[in-house]
Design a protein around this ligand. Structure first.
Ligand SMILES: C[S@@+](CC[C@H](N)C(=O)[O-])C[C@H]1O[C@@H](n2cnc3c(N)ncnc32)[C@H](O)[C@@H]1O
Length: 270
């Protein structure tokens, strides 16, 4: 039976897509953690941890004297993350099944809260804002990597079907109650809750056809295209057009991809 806990699904292809995506974005994540002051011995909350790829790296970073807790709604992903943590011998990493909108957040305060590609799926942001406040230590840091400008997604110069694919993605997120560009709203909402916004930084991926960035975005078109077809927002004819554009893209012709623009938001509790 399909796991309906996550719009993009929790099947093996999506799990593998998340792993690949994490590898691509790991240097940006590590730089963000560094700027937020992460060091050995810290406690970290990973909000919407997925199968725990970032949580595993965070646990390596904080070491045996630290602690990482990942909250995730999908039991499939929690089980996958626990298996990875056990195989890696990371006893200080805990992954817990938790629906951020319905379940109580932990009664525990952390030095750093990390949240990536999660707020965009939440139909309500109030439980997230309340949970972040509850779980942050005084002086604790919050780092969000969420999208701010999905319209920059594209294959240039001839990606007309890919442009329509990006629009269909955004529609699917909105129809499920989310907001693809949620990081346009979060700085103001956090500031109103007493967080001090320390830094805002756009994060953009671009790459020639054949690059790792191109592979990431092509894989997304393939995996999420099937889900969009189930949702009635994409057709097999659309998919064939998109495939043809991808096949025609060549680095020697100057074809390149751009991802949706992320915004790194770093905030601190008074
Ligand atoms: C795109 S994945 C990102 C996973 C991880 N943060 C990462 O950076 O790889 C989005 C994750 O948010 C989780 N999620 C969405 N809504 C949630 C909710 N209400 N409560 C807990 N997790 C949720 C999904 O199950 C999924 O694992």
């Amino acid at each position: 039976m399909a796991d309906s806990s996550y719009l993009l699904g929790t099947h093996a292809e999506e799990l593998e897509r998340l792993r690949f995506q994490h590898e691509l974005w790991l240097p940006a994540a590590q730089a963000a953690w560094q700027r937020a002051g992460l060091k050995a011995g810290c406690s970290v909350l990973d909000v919407g941890a997925g199968p725990g790829f970032a949580a595993l790296d965070l646990a390596r970073r904080v070491g045996p004297g630290g602690r990482v807790l990942g909250l995730e709604r999908s039991e499939v992903y929690v089980a996958a993350g626990r298996a990875l943590a056990s195989a890696a011998g990371l006893a200080r990493l805990e992954l817990k099944t938790c629906d951020l909108l319905q379940d109580p957040w932990p009664n525990e305060r952390f030095n750093l809260i990390w949240c990536r590609w999660v707020a965009m799926f939440l139909p309500q942001l109030e439980p997230l804002l309340a949970g972040l406040e509850q779980c942050s230590q005084p002086g604790g840091a919050l780092v969000l990597h969420e999208y701010v400008h999905w319209d920059s997604f594209g294959l240039h110069p001839h990606g007309e079907a890919i442009r329509r694919f990006g629009q269909a993605c955004q529609r699917s997120f909105r129809e499920a109650g989310g907001d693809p560009d949620v990081n346009r709203r979060l700085p103001a909402l956090l500031a109103a809750q007493g967080w001090r916004i320390e830094a805002l930084q756009p994060l953009q991926v671009a790459g020639m056809a054949g690059s790792i960035a191109a592979q990431w975005l092509e894989r997304f078109v393939k995996v999420y295209g099937l889900r969009l077809q189930e949702l009635g927002l994409w057709s097999s004819a659309d998919a064939a057009e998109a495939d043809a554009e991808i096949a025609a893209a060549a680095p020697q012709a100057g074809s390149f991809w751009m991802g949706p623009t992320l915004l790194e938001l770093r905030a601190r509790r008074a």
